[in-house]
Write a protein that binds this ligand. Sequence first.
Ligand SMILES: C[S@@+](CC[C@H](N)C(=O)[O-])C[C@H]1O[C@@H](n2cnc3c(N)ncnc32)[C@H](O)[C@@H]1O
Length: 651
Amino acid sequence: MKLYETLEQQLKKETNFVTDNGELKKWVVLNKAQNFDEELIGLLLDNADLKEKFFVNVKGTLVFNQNLFVQFLEQKNYLNDSYTKYKNKVGLTIDGKYLKQRNEVALVWPFKDCILEGGQSREEDKREEIFFNEILAQDEITQLLEPKVLTNAKRIDKDGEKPLDQFNRNENGTITDNLIIKGNNLLALHTLKEEFAGKIKLIYIDPPYNTGNDSFGYNDNFNHSTWMTFMKNRLMIAKELLSESGFLFIQINDIESAYLQLLADEIFDRSNFLTSICVKMSHLSGTKMAHKDKKLPKIKEHILMYSKNKLNVNLNPQYIETSWEDAFSRYNSFIVKNGYDDNNCNKWEVITVNEAITRNSIDKSNPKKLNQFLIENASLIFRTARNRSADYSKYPKDLFSKYVKDKNNPQNYHFIYKGEDVSFAEEKIRLIEGKRRPTSIVGDIWTDIGINNLSNEGNVELRFGKKPELLLSRIVSLVTNQNDIVLDYHLGSGTTASVAHKMKRQYIGIEQLDYGDNDSVKRLQNVIQGEQSGVSKAYNWQGGGSFVYLELKKYNQTFIEQIEAAKDTEALLQIWEQMKAKSFLNYNVDIKKQDEHLEEFKALSLAEQKQHLCELLDKNQLYVNLSSLNDTDFACTEEEKKVTKDFYQIN
Ligand SMILES: C[S@@+](CC[C@H](N)C(=O)[O-])C[C@H]1O[C@@H](n2cnc3c(N)ncnc32)[C@H](O)[C@@H]1O
């Protein structure tokens, strides 16, 4: 048997390598080979011929000749019909191989292969971040990303808040409660994975823009890398949470937009990039005009839009109100039907719109009356447009004709006039706030959102970055339907959750900071009480509904509380002993050195000693892992155990 037949036969023993049509998934095999996959290598070793061909014996140890294997697999004439991934490609090559195929083109930045916890507990905090290398710090990463214990759970509705009794679930067992989670978003996203993977329809995020003024200011040295790593870690898990027909929207300004797009392309695949929406987010006024001789005043932001899988994209087109002139400047003809129906349309009379206005004695100098006449008669006002793919030559030129494309579907017809397709103004009239109005379809430049009165929306303030409810409602309407799940893991003042609540979508919001009186929780309480700002009127919002508030239980919190309560150095030293024993300290903390300098520690004031110990913990903001729920060291309360078990559905 030829070697490639042997290889094919052997590889097909692994069902994951075979398509539904029984063909070999060559790209999967290639990928596994590139990652020295144990299963693949084991399969090759099981066959004597393959073992001899693709392994070299070095001092008694067999070493996989990855290069040779990949080259062999990539031969053009090998397994031609399974060669689907790279087939018919046009692209740049080196040595006859596509750059992508060689895996030689990638977006790279310092600390790319790291995990960055990235978080603050107070707005003014600046943290020195730890980058956990994905290979070197596997244990730390596994621990960091394990699902977490939940605490402080309460249900909030019209009657106020009460301890959470139980999560509500649908027939598939999925939680149907709206959730607001306080805590680091990376860890919260990983906590949600078990319950919500593949179920989220829309993720909208409005992350820190890395302007130098936001929370990324603390790491000036590698500010850009930090930001990229921060975004990458979160986008990767976000993708897992999206359903196959789901969408991601990321709002961003010029500084990182191009980099973010490349990054998201890499994670979501370039083919899933749908568009970059340009949205007007400020006015040509104020301080931005001060340097108008140096730079163009910034009034736009970008919203990058991705699908999870472009084959499943299904949008609800959006329309905005416009003037009659803008919508219908070319709709100049008017039908006088004289009592004839569609089947007798060849008897219809066609006049100009101006003629119709005159015949109906409409006062043209009265815009209100004129507009009313035009809107009422929109089903008689039309324009024509050439249809290059249809041949209407046999239809009479100066009369209306009815055109049925599919004889099996006679109800589906349109009209032709003068050899062209007829479009009626009626098609662009829609009900807005209960009134018929001319509209145009929303494209990828949004200048109509408006930011006036933004600071009052929801009765909460956010100094930087609060987004208008109208913006969120457009995105939510575009890609979701009632009861779909919407997620925002940079919730800020809660705009996304507030809009989702008013629009009857299920939502999950994650935010690390407690904004006090301006917190998203306060805002949602206002929404439940029926507040009337933002999009309330558009959705006839009357109040009601509920949400569940949760926190990720912090491991360090117990230590911090003990340190704060300690009365003297003796007590602090005992706490230090406990901290050492738990061994959850950051690997940057050298326990031996700390102990060697105990005398210096004792010489500090009590406040300084407390601060020092807290600083050691600050770098290790670990939360309590689900696997430690019953570990007495972590002192989880019965309440926490109950809620956590209910969330993860464990006994
Ligand atoms: C620009 S604001 C979002 C504003 C929001 N769109 C609104 O309309 O109110 C970004 C938010 O992301 C939050 N954030 C940043 N890093 C985070 C992290 N690691 N975990 C959770 N939230 C984070 C910040 O605290 C901030 O509130």
